[in-house]
Design a protein around this ligand. Structure first.
Ligand code: SF4
Length: 194
């Protein structure tokens, strides 16, 4: 099984992704679980992500992260695909310090690719900041109604309705159109639904 997934409507076909199961790996707030009139606001808990085949493949990838050859396999796949841009965790999050350390190794081994991800794992701040300090990786803290203030010393992503600051970059949900701005710049971003 290939660990990488190729693109989606938002990021475009040339980007590669690596996703993990929501809930099992992240720390959802009430907003994530019920913020959409009692239903999940998090897109990883809706739509295609609820299909049994998708749930199964996310679990397989989670299991793969615990296997001995995970870093080498990921590095091989990324180097073979050679994407300019890579997104960790369209669904899911860093679930342990050991896992973040593996991602650090992967990012270091693939200096030609720009990596981007978001996180809510404040309990792993120190190691996540180490990952964010690499020149080819940007990690943003994901904020919402329940936790509108950044605490991790990272750039952040926030729903636009919570952020009136004109200097925060507005995400239009179309990466090709926006020329991959948030991969290329260490800025805060706001969007319709983040
Ligand atoms: S800011 Fe631009 S590059 Fe970043 S996620 Fe939004 S549309 Fe994509």
């Amino acid at each position: 099984m290939s660990l990488l997934i190729k693109g989606n409507v938002k990021v475009g076909n040339e980007v590669f992704l690596f996703n993990l199961p929501p809930r099992l790996t992240c720390t959802p707030t009430k907003w994530c679980l019920e913020g959409r009139k009692g239903k999940p606001m998090c897109y990883a808990l809706r739509n295609n992500f609820r299909l049994p085949s998708v749930i199964k493949s996310l679990k397989k990838r989670y299991n793969a992260t615990k296997q001995k050859g995970f870093v080498a396999k990921m590095v091989l796949e990324i180097q073979k695909a050679a994407p300019e841009y890579f997104r960790f965790h369209s669904s899911g999050d860093f679930y342990s310090m050991k896992y973040v350390e593996k991602i650090i190794e992967i990012v270091r081994e693939c200096p030609e690719t720009l990596f981007r991800t978001t996180t809510r794992r404040r309990d792993l701040t120190r190691t996540i900041r180490e990952l964010n300090s690499l020149p080819n990786c940007i990690v943003r803290e994901s904020l919402d109604d329940e936790r509108p203030q950044p605490k991790m010393g990272l750039n952040f992503v926030i729903p636009a309705r919570l952020c009136k600051n004109k200097n925060v970059f507005f995400c239009e949900d179309d990466c090709e159109e926006c020329n991959y701005y948030c991969w290329e710049h260490r800025v805060n971003t706001k969007g319709r639904e983040l």
